[in-house]
Design a protein around this ligand. Structure first.
Ligand SMILES: [Mn+2]
Length: 331
């Protein structure tokens, strides 16, 4: 096949690349689901914004080189996700507006959430069966649970590196069992095999979540204000990143909520918060992770539906692909 990496990209394919899910080393699934997003709608079209913007990303990468040659592809979108999201919308709104006091509507949303989790799990398993690396593009942050379950089953003892403004450790939120705000609670409860959760960027948490973090030896959280104080006191970001990576086991799944970054990089995400990581901070974190740990799967979620949000998310996703493929090739 003739493919010119410097030519303008063909529409439709991730990064305009000519690979298929059968021959790519990284295979992504897109999950346009946002039913439990509380503050602002829009993350349903986040995956489309990322894919559209991915055509503008230069394939040669200054950190990771021509890693794209190993193959990045996307599964066709599962049409059920949009159907389920549309079915859940009215019920989800009723639950949110009732302040979490609409148990029947909540249980209908929870059933659809379970269907999403099962479909994501099955797709991730198929990707792993092909010896490819599963990636996921969301959608709200509830979407990767099934992918993390599949990875944890395949790589018991795996750690999750969770970049986010929020700890996402709520035991249900607004009446939803599978809320975007509960993803890491659900990972620790339902993804047997996850040995460690390391959180970065966290700056918007409830007191119950802080108690959970302090009381659960599996969780290590690098709170954003503490990181800011260490940087202000003269520590380098690299030295902090080294301690983040050291807290992780040899194999790592990266779950990346774009709101872990500064809100200027994700202005249309569901729940933006001031503070957070710069894109440079992210680059150093991923590069260091790729040198010392094996990345076995990842997701980028809570992407806003604006072209700028899509642009940043596409570049973040591409860096994650580069870091992942370098981390594997190093072994
Ligand atoms: Mn978040």
């Amino acid at each position: 096949m003739e493919f010119d990496p410097d030519a303008p990209a063909a529409a439709g394919a991730l990064f305009g690349l000519p690979f298929t899910p059968e021959n790519a080393r990284i295979v992504a699934q897109v999950v346009p689901w946002q039913a439990t997003t509380s503050f602002r709608r829009g993350t349903r079209e986040g995956p489309a914004a990322l894919v559209e913007a991915s055509l503008q990303v230069d394939l040669f990468d200054l950190e990771y080189g021509d890693f794209w040659r190993k193959g990045i592809a996307m599964l066709p979108e599962d049409p059920r996700f949009r159907e389920w999201d549309a079915l859940a919308e009215a019920d989800a709104l009723e639950v949110i507006e009732s302040g979490g006091d609409a148990p029947e509507a909540a249980s209908r949303v929870n059933e659809l959430s379970s269907a999403v989790n099962e479909a994501v799990f099955a797709a991730a398993q198929q990707i792993l069966d092909r010896c490819a690396i599963p990636a996921l593009i969301g959608g709200d942050h509830s979407t990767p649970l099934g992918a993390i379950q599949a990875v944890a089953q395949r790589f018991p003892g795996v750690g999750v590196l969770h970049i986010d403004a929020h700890a996402d450790l709520r035991d249900a939120y607004e009446g939803f069992t599978y809320s975007h705000a509960s993803i890491m609670h659900n990972v620790l409860a339902e993804a047997a095999g996850v040995a460690k959760l390391v959180q970065v960027g966290i700056r918007d948490v409830g007191s119950a979540e802080v108690a959970r973090i302090r009381g659960d030896a599996r969780i290590t959280t690098f709170f954003d204000p503490e990181v800011a104080a260490r940087l202000a006191g003269g520590e380098t970001w690299q030295s902090i990143v080294d301690t983040i990576v050291e807290a992780l086991p040899p194999q790592v799944y990266v779950s990346f909520d774009v709101d872990g970054m500064e809100p200027g990089l994700c202005p249309n995400t569901g729940t933006p918060v001031p503070g957070g990581l710069t894109f440079r901070d992210v680059q150093v974190l991923l590069a260091t992770l790729s040198r010392h740990r094996q990345i076995v799967g990842f997701d980028v979620n809570e992407i806003g539906d604006d072209p700028w949000d899509g642009n940043v998310a596409a570049r973040l996703f591409y860096k994650l692909c580069g870091a992942t493929l370098r981390s594997v090739s190093a072994r």
